[in-house]
Design a protein around this ligand. Sequence first.
Ligand code: SF4
Length: 328
Amino acid sequence: MAEVETASEAPVLEVEDLKKHFPIQSGMLKRTIGHVYAVDGVSFSVGRGKTLGLVGESGCGKSTVGRTAMRLLEPTDGKIKVSGTDVTNLSKTELRPYRRQMQIIFQDPFSSLNPRMTAGEIVKEPLYIHNIGDDAEREEMTKALFDRVGLRQSQMQNYPHQFSGGQRQRIGIARALALNPSLIVGDEPVSALDVSIQAQVINLMMDLQEERDMAYLFIAHDLAVVEHISDEVAVMYLGRIVEKADKKTLFTNPLHPYTEALLSAAPIPDPTIRREKKILQGDVPSPINPPKGCHFHTRCPYAEERCKVEEPVLQNKGNGHIVACHLR
Ligand code: SF4
């Protein structure tokens, strides 16, 4: 089995100017008549043992970023590096050892688990695929994974429909852990769970991160969840990152008007604290035909003429706090 060579101190995952445009085809000849600009020039990195939270409204492209960064979707353009190695153009075979390093947990654990396989088979399957251990060793590894994620070994014989939502997400986590990855992409991993169960699953993920020094790319629309688990947070709007900063800076000193609006709409657990609500007008524009200039100008309360024609670039405001806005 080929092992991944890692450049020392290199981030576990780096993406540079990543783009994913989906063609829109029409007619018998399937002519391309346009594109959905789902991801349109996104750059970030995630260091070993760190969590980058990726937030934004639904349809902003955050899930597509996660899947494209793992090359579950082929990028239209840009560069993807895993532990310092450019994997953007590697063949499927060449990609295999890197795939092993990167695992994904999906939002809906029910539809992401094969209903005809037992929970034990589901968790064990990646070990078969990557030819790790013999039957007895795989069985022992699977038992240990069940123990670690808080499931009983006797539940290995059960099928996904026999578990609760939280337990199914634990199966998804155990399966992701089987290959001992250095990065897990969590694609809204707790959004479908009750709030009390969300906290248990998040706490499990944080404990596992500390034990295994794993990195997370944590994709969510719920800011409270992202605030809890992240070291850094990136805010996406219509296929682009509009602001990124360490968690504390982003939550206490948001600079982009879109981040301000998202934060003002998030509930605060302390009833004595009041926050001025900045309600966003209108819907998110279509990624097929995004507004010219600043993508956010159709909803921004501060928009000026310049915003309609000139695209703001990301600027560093110090300490890695970057923002794309003409006025900030
Ligand atoms: Fe608003 Fe203009 Fe800043 Fe865009 S560039 S966020 S429209 S003020």
